[in-house]
Design a protein around this ligand. Sequence first.
Ligand code: NDP
Ligand code: MG
Length: 380
Amino acid sequence: MKNITLLGATGSIGLQTLEVIKEHPNQFRLYGIAFGKNIDKATEIIKSYRPEIIVVQDEKVRKELKIHTDQITILVGKEGLDEVSADPKTDVVVNAVMGSVGLGATLTAIRHNKQIAIANKETLVTAGHLVMEAARKYKVDLLPVDSEHSAIFQALNGESRKNVNKIILTASGGSFRNKTREQLRNVTVTDALNHPNWSMGAKITIDSATMMNKGLEVIEAHWLFDIPYDNIEVIQHKESIIHSMVEYADKSVIAQLGTPDMRVPIQYALTFPNRLPLPPSKSLDLVEISTLHFSKMDMDRFPCLAFAYHAGSKGGSLPTVLNAANEAAVDLFLREKITFLEIEDVIENAMATHSFVHQPDLETINAIDQEVRNKTYEKY
Ligand code: NDP
Ligand code: MG
């Protein structure tokens, strides 16, 4: 029996993780949860799963949360995320919070030798060098939840890294894959939130539409699998059936396939190196699907992907700037303060005006993250 601490329990990945836990009551128990503001959803989760520790975003949420038992410990804020991630009774930390707020908890979980299922890609984008250095030092595996990275992780299983030619990430193309740049001028938040293949949180759905999600995934893949940026390719594959692939020295390509269902990579990160049945997930029926499509990514059409390759390759503090500017820009777009295409302007401008730092430590990363957000919010 593994005790699971689920950071971001009320979100899209969080709720699907709960479905996986429910399927396997003899393997997994929900020990701790963290959430932001969604008190109604959190209350439902607490009633059905009875976790022992709850972390809330701030004091305001703590006051509003009505818990009628003293068997539950309530913690607050980033310190709370750290404490529950370090808790001796936590076996596995599933990090599914949105944004770079997840960084501290990832580092804490590594330092306490927890099994870590990582969905929170912003952690690896903003501080990949620090996270991977800590993971090596404490000999902790970061088990990817992101479907592309889970696919690559599975395709690399039992192979030698030195024989890898390249990894090929697939991209669905997001909500606006059939639109020209001209047609993007007047798109609305509702249009952008309408993803054709996946039902996900708001931020990652917008990231998919701008293609920043794939850019963040390129950086995430670079760190998780230690692959140079020149050997990471992105192709468009609108059906989201091939979740990603690895090409080896002999030109053999190993891919992982399945219906688009995040519960599959979530469960694999919890059961690795074992596999368990997942009855609610549908079998892949290739005969029914019959045709799969692939096309080249157009960097002019999707400049955010080019920004991410640039930030990742240059390294240093630039990925932190890319990520923080993107988080602020997406938030502004969701609140209808800027247009869809202005998201790109915000990120490009933040990167162009930033004073580069070579090997930023954690304090510098946190300071840059905050400064970029502040500047962006001051302007709009
Ligand atoms: P959601 O927006 O649906 O959920 C985010 C979660 O984080 C919510 O539970 C939210 O709480 C919580 N949260 C936000 N801020 C804080 C905070 N300060 N303290 C504690 N909890 C907080 O996002 P997703 O589930 O879609 O995505 C989560 C992560 O997983 C992201 O990094 C995303 O890129 C990644 N990911 C998601 C995929 C998907 O299919 N959704 C696929 C691959 C990766 P509340 O709602 O209560 O405010
Ligand atoms: Mg993904």
